[in-house]
Design a protein around this ligand. Structure first.
Ligand SMILES: [Zn+2]
Ligand SMILES: [Zn+2]
Ligand SMILES: [Zn+2]
Length: 140
Protein backbone atom coordinates (compact mmCIF):
# COMPACT_ATOMS: atom_id res chain seq x y z
CA UNK A 1 0.00 0.00 0.00
CA UNK A 2 1.31 3.38 -1.06
CA UNK A 3 1.60 5.94 1.75
CA UNK A 4 0.20 8.79 -0.36
CA UNK A 5 -2.93 6.74 -1.02
CA UNK A 6 -3.24 6.24 2.72
CA UNK A 7 -2.74 9.95 3.44
CA UNK A 8 -5.44 10.74 0.87
CA UNK A 9 -7.72 8.18 2.53
CA UNK A 10 -7.18 9.87 5.92
CA UNK A 11 -7.96 13.30 4.42
CA UNK A 12 -11.07 11.94 2.68
CA UNK A 13 -12.30 10.74 6.05
CA UNK A 14 -11.84 14.21 7.48
CA UNK A 15 -8.65 13.39 9.37
CA UNK A 16 -5.82 15.87 9.75
CA UNK A 17 -2.34 14.90 8.66
CA UNK A 18 -0.24 15.65 11.70
CA UNK A 19 3.47 14.79 11.69
CA UNK A 20 2.86 12.01 14.24
CA UNK A 21 0.07 10.51 12.15
CA UNK A 22 2.17 10.60 9.00
CA UNK A 23 5.20 9.05 10.70
CA UNK A 24 3.11 6.21 12.16
CA UNK A 25 1.74 5.42 8.70
CA UNK A 26 5.22 5.69 7.17
CA UNK A 27 6.73 3.32 9.77
CA UNK A 28 3.96 0.75 9.33
CA UNK A 29 4.18 0.94 5.54
CA UNK A 30 7.93 0.26 5.75
CA UNK A 31 7.49 -2.56 8.27
CA UNK A 32 4.83 -4.13 6.05
CA UNK A 33 3.76 -6.38 8.91
CA UNK A 34 2.83 -6.41 12.56
CA UNK A 35 4.56 -3.97 14.89
CA UNK A 36 3.90 -3.71 18.61
CA UNK A 37 3.05 -0.30 20.04
CA UNK A 38 6.26 -0.45 22.11
CA UNK A 39 8.37 -0.95 18.99
CA UNK A 40 6.41 1.71 17.17
CA UNK A 41 7.12 4.12 20.00
CA UNK A 42 10.85 3.44 19.93
CA UNK A 43 10.91 4.02 16.15
CA UNK A 44 9.12 7.34 16.70
CA UNK A 45 11.63 8.29 19.38
CA UNK A 46 14.43 7.77 16.87
CA UNK A 47 12.69 10.35 14.71
CA UNK A 48 12.67 12.74 17.68
CA UNK A 49 8.96 12.28 18.18
CA UNK A 50 8.16 11.62 21.82
CA UNK A 51 4.41 11.26 22.20
CA UNK A 52 3.27 10.05 25.61
CA UNK A 53 1.40 6.78 26.01
CA UNK A 54 -2.07 8.31 25.89
CA UNK A 55 -1.26 10.32 22.75
CA UNK A 56 0.02 7.27 20.91
CA UNK A 57 -2.92 5.20 22.18
CA UNK A 58 -5.40 7.82 20.91
CA UNK A 59 -3.62 7.99 17.58
CA UNK A 60 -3.66 4.21 17.12
CA UNK A 61 -7.33 4.18 18.09
CA UNK A 62 -8.07 6.85 15.50
CA UNK A 63 -6.22 5.03 12.72
CA UNK A 64 -7.86 1.74 13.68
CA UNK A 65 -11.33 3.28 13.72
CA UNK A 66 -10.76 4.65 10.19
CA UNK A 67 -9.58 1.19 9.11
CA UNK A 68 -6.25 2.64 8.05
CA UNK A 69 -4.49 0.16 10.30
CA UNK A 70 -5.55 -3.11 11.88
CA UNK A 71 -5.02 -4.17 15.45
CA UNK A 72 -4.11 -7.78 16.14
CA UNK A 73 -3.72 -9.09 19.67
CA UNK A 74 -1.24 -11.94 19.78
CA UNK A 75 -0.37 -13.62 23.09
CA UNK A 76 -1.73 -10.61 24.96
CA UNK A 77 0.27 -7.98 23.05
CA UNK A 78 -1.35 -5.48 20.70
CA UNK A 79 0.22 -5.31 17.26
CA UNK A 80 -0.64 -3.04 14.38
CA UNK A 81 -0.26 -3.34 10.65
CA UNK A 82 -1.53 -1.85 7.44
CA UNK A 83 -3.75 -4.32 5.61
CA UNK A 84 -2.72 -5.01 2.04
CA UNK A 85 -5.18 -6.59 -0.34
CA UNK A 86 -2.60 -7.29 -3.02
CA UNK A 87 -0.18 -9.00 -0.65
CA UNK A 88 -2.55 -10.45 1.88
CA UNK A 89 -0.60 -12.53 4.39
CA UNK A 90 -0.73 -14.51 7.61
CA UNK A 91 1.71 -15.02 10.46
CA UNK A 92 3.89 -17.60 12.13
CA UNK A 93 4.17 -16.86 15.84
CA UNK A 94 6.91 -18.43 17.93
CA UNK A 95 5.67 -19.26 21.41
CA UNK A 96 9.17 -19.11 22.88
CA UNK A 97 10.98 -16.07 21.43
CA UNK A 98 7.74 -14.37 20.25
CA UNK A 99 9.18 -13.76 16.79
CA UNK A 100 6.48 -13.13 14.21
CA UNK A 101 7.09 -13.85 10.57
CA UNK A 102 5.00 -13.17 7.57
CA UNK A 103 3.78 -15.95 5.28
CA UNK A 104 1.67 -16.00 2.18
CA UNK A 105 -0.51 -19.04 1.83
CA UNK A 106 -3.14 -19.98 -0.64
CA UNK A 107 -6.34 -19.42 1.18
CA UNK A 108 -9.86 -19.43 -0.13
CA UNK A 109 -11.07 -17.17 2.62
CA UNK A 110 -11.74 -14.27 0.26
CA UNK A 111 -14.39 -16.37 -1.48
CA UNK A 112 -15.69 -17.59 1.87
CA UNK A 113 -16.01 -14.00 3.07
CA UNK A 114 -18.61 -13.25 0.40
CA UNK A 115 -20.67 -16.17 1.57
CA UNK A 116 -20.27 -15.28 5.25
CA UNK A 117 -21.24 -11.67 4.52
CA UNK A 118 -24.41 -12.78 2.79
CA UNK A 119 -25.39 -15.38 5.37
CA UNK A 120 -24.70 -13.26 8.43
CA UNK A 121 -25.26 -9.77 7.03
CA UNK A 122 -21.85 -8.98 8.42
CA UNK A 123 -19.56 -6.62 6.55
CA UNK A 124 -16.10 -8.19 6.73
CA UNK A 125 -13.11 -5.87 6.52
CA UNK A 126 -10.36 -8.42 6.88
CA UNK A 127 -9.44 -11.64 8.61
CA UNK A 128 -6.36 -12.75 10.47
CA UNK A 129 -4.90 -16.19 10.72
CA UNK A 130 -1.94 -17.01 12.88
CA UNK A 131 -0.02 -20.24 13.22
CA UNK A 132 1.54 -20.81 16.64
CA UNK A 133 4.56 -22.98 17.28
CA UNK A 134 8.34 -22.91 17.57
CA UNK A 135 10.71 -21.26 15.14
CA UNK A 136 13.81 -23.05 13.86
CA UNK A 137 16.01 -21.47 16.53
CA UNK A 138 13.66 -22.42 19.35
CA UNK A 139 13.17 -26.05 18.35
CA UNK A 140 16.56 -27.08 19.74
ZN1 LIG B 1 1.70 -9.08 8.95
ZN1 LIG C 1 11.51 -18.67 18.41
ZN1 LIG D 1 -6.18 -15.01 4.44
Amino acid sequence: MNKDTIFQNIRNQGGRLTRLRKEIVQILVEEDCLLSSAKLLSRLNKLNLTPNRSTIFRELLFLTSKQIILKNNISGVDYYEIPCEQHHHHHLVCLKCHAISKIEIEDQLAAQEKKITKQNKFRIINHSLEFYGYCRKCQI
